[in-house]
Design a protein around this ligand. Sequence first.
Ligand code: GTP
Ligand code: MG
Length: 203
Amino acid sequence: MQIKKAEFITSNTDPAKCPKPDKPEYAFIGRSNVGKSSLINMLANRKSLAKTSQTPGKTQLINHFLIDDKWYLVDLPGYGFAKVSKTSREKWEKMIHDYLTSRENLVCTFVLIDGRIPPQANDLQFMEWLGEHNLPFVMVFTKTEKVGVNIIKKSIADYHKTMRQTWADVPPHFVTSSVIGRGQDEILAYIDELNREYNEAAR
Ligand code: GTP
Ligand code: MG
């Protein structure tokens, strides 16, 4: 699958004000600066559909993009940015947790993880939370053009090892780079398949 049309629809803090939940939806989340907005642009072959920045904390709202008039990509604000106050952290948590648990058309959450560094406690905690709430997710390793393949393999193996202590299954994963377009075909094929299942179940 290739994305032909991508349009920005809304930015929200209130999950209840998001677009009507009548199409399959995929949310992108992860630590601030991990590359969520860049990955959305890469998937859509667009330079600045979602706003990116070298400074963490760029995306602050729940942003809906309608893709090919058929499904939604959602760019979310990141977690783990050291410089935020306790109040903003709590606000983020409430907004994101409300969104993820109430959005009935949310098919899968893509959890972005910096592929260059060892497993981080906040990424593991966030995925643990998703698992506890029975929310389907996949792992997306980002910025992988920056390091050798063995570093990425080790990082994936380390995540799996920790996750298997709690869960019987580990979620699927993707190895990506927005700079060189790595992982685009694989992620879009995965979404295409989930869209098909969603539409069959809705019939
Ligand atoms: P917030 O909205 O602040 O939470 O960040 P984000 O996760 O949306 O990250 P964003 O896409 O804005 O990218 C953050 C920085 O990482 C930017 O400087 C990007 O150019 C850079 N970046 C994103 N993806 C890649 C990648 O695949 N490789 C490299 N080398 N840099 C990347
Ligand atoms: Mg962003």
